[in-house]
Design a protein around this ligand. Structure first.
Ligand code: NAD
Length: 442
């Protein structure tokens, strides 16, 4: 098939390259000329493991092209995939500006039957709106389909080539056939449904995963108070098939470009039809507070942070990505700065993106994990990169000014940290530093 992918961000770029890998002819479009030039030159504007070689290979094989000319790509295509951003408005609602602009451009370029899919995460009713916009500009036949995306940054190539399921929402049997042919090589689990349900599946899935995270984080907070170990609790819970073990890792809460935005959007979608989504509101509230557990622990361990040097390991919202959108590190570093600390930060790939979002004269941008630890009065681990897990903790202790390790992601084994001589503050786990209260049961 000939596919045009509009928007070469984390989703569009991975999808486009993977469609080419399946043997289709793909034209990836972005209005960002610098991105397109970099892609044409064999580079990749984001950090995503495995993506660059796949791009170069498919370009060399003549199946993958990049352009800023949307009309050219759409004119050639059988299937158009819209994967532009849908960021949050201040109200929490998804901003439809980019979707609507792309729809207008697609409509103006239509020259025959095509299936127009929206892969971006969009409120219920958006695909119908996109169809109306195109219909106003083009009076020939076309079909609309919702094609929500479930990939995770950091494992995006694997997720796209081996998805748990593909969801296709369309009211047209012609579009349904074309899109199942396109995706059948990837999985036999194709959920064929109506457009509105497909749009809702995406929001409901992300809201559910966010709920699991906030749930285990609250369990962790209680564990800290009653002297239980959230890792043991999550293991015991997760072995129950009805619960499952994924997304039961306690920490400093979720971030990134999807969960915060999509939970807020779903609360708004519900509010627009006068439904108060109380559960999801609490999930969001719990998540907002969870990151400051790091600051509380720091305060308990160190007292006032004014004039102290705090090392920070990890800025990306999760490992294996350079994405810092809504990363807990943004607010934590800002709070540390506000409390008068000097902050030595290090992340293997997300430093430049972080610095674009937040910079300050009291931030020291370090070239290694050890440099960030050097002379610091405490160290906060915020992203669970493997290089932090594998580090020589004895050497870290020797480098630090005072040996306090706040582990926001429960990366270490308590005994290993203790053997290195560090004072350890994990999340939801008893440690030799924690005050284990005597429980008085009535
Ligand atoms: P992104 O911001 O990384 O990329 C969007 C791209 O679209 C940008 O490069 C921008 O220049 C381009 N663009 C905008 N308007 C355009 C136009 N008219 N023509 C051509 N290019 C245009 O966004 P993303 O992270 O890839 O997310 C895209 C959508 O996918 C969002 O709705 C998001 O919620 C959803 N999603 C994201 C993820 C993820 O992990 N990032 C996962 C699943 C779903």
């Amino acid at each position: 098939m000939r596919i045009a992918v509009i928007g070469t961000g984390y989703v569009g770029l991975v999808s486009g390259i993977c469609y080419a890998e399946l043997g289709h002819h793909v034209y990836c479009v972005d209005k960002d000329e610098a991105k397109i030039n970099m892609l044409r030159g064999g580079g990749i504007p984001i950090y995503e493991p495995g993506l660059q070689p796949l791009s170069v290979k498919n370009m060399a094989d003549g199946r993958l092209r990049f352009t800023t000319e949307l009309a050219e790509a759409v004119t050639e295509a059988d299937v158009v995939v819209i994967a532009v951003g849908t960021p949050s408005l201040p109200s929490g609602e998804a901003d439809m500006t980019y979707i609507e602009a792309a729809a207008r451009e697609v409509g103006a370029a239509m020259n025959g039957y095509k299936v127009i899919c929206v892969k971006s995460t969009v409120p219920v009713g958006t695909n119908e709106r996109v169809g109306r916009i195109i219909g106003e500009l083009y009076d020939g036949p076309f079909d609309s389909a919702s094609l929500p995306e479930f990939l995770r940054e950091g494992t995006a190539v694997r997720d796209t080539l081996h998805p748990d399921r593909i969801v296709i929402g369309t009211g047209s049997s012609r579009a349904a056939h074309i899109l199942s042919d396109l995706h059948r090589p990837l999985t036999s689990q194709i959920v064929m449904t109506d457009i509105r349900s497909a749009e809702m599946i995406k929001y409901a899935s992300n809201a559910f995963l966010a709920t699991k995270i906030s749930f285990i984080n609250e369990i962790a907070n209680i564990c800290e108070k009653v002297g239980a170990d959230v890792i043991e609790v999550a293991k015991g819970m997760g072995l129950d098939n009805r619960i499952g073990s994924s997304f039961l890792r306690a920490g400093i809460g979720y971030g990134g470009s999807c969960f915060p935005k999509d939970t807020n959007a779903l609360i708004q979608i519900a509010g627009n039809v006068e439904y108060d989504f109380k559960l999801l509101k609490s999930v969001v509230e719990v998540n907002k507070g969870q990151r400051f557990g790091v600051i509380d622990k720091l305060r308990k361990a160190l007292g006032d942070a004014d004039g102290r040097t705090i090392g920070v390991w990890g800025l990306a919202f999760k490992p294996e990505t350079d994405d810092v959108r809504e990363a807990p590190a943004l607010e934590i570093v800002e709070q540390l700065i506000d409390s008068g600390a000097e902050v030595s930060v290090y992340d293997p790939v997300a430093m430049a993106n972080f610095r674009r979002m937040f910079d300050h004269p009291r931030i020291l941008w370090c070239g290694s994990a050890m440099e960030a630890a050097q002379g610091s009065d405490a160290l906060c681990l915020l992203t669970e990169w493997k290089e932090f897990a594998d580090i020589d903790l004895g050497a870290v202790k020797s480098a630090m000014g005072s040996p306090i390790l706040i582990d926001g992601r429960n990366v270490y084994d308590d005994k290993r940290v203790r053997a290195a001589g560090l004072h350890y503050y994990p999340v939801g786990r008893p440690s030799h530093e924690a005050f284990i209260p005597e429980l008085i049961l009535e």
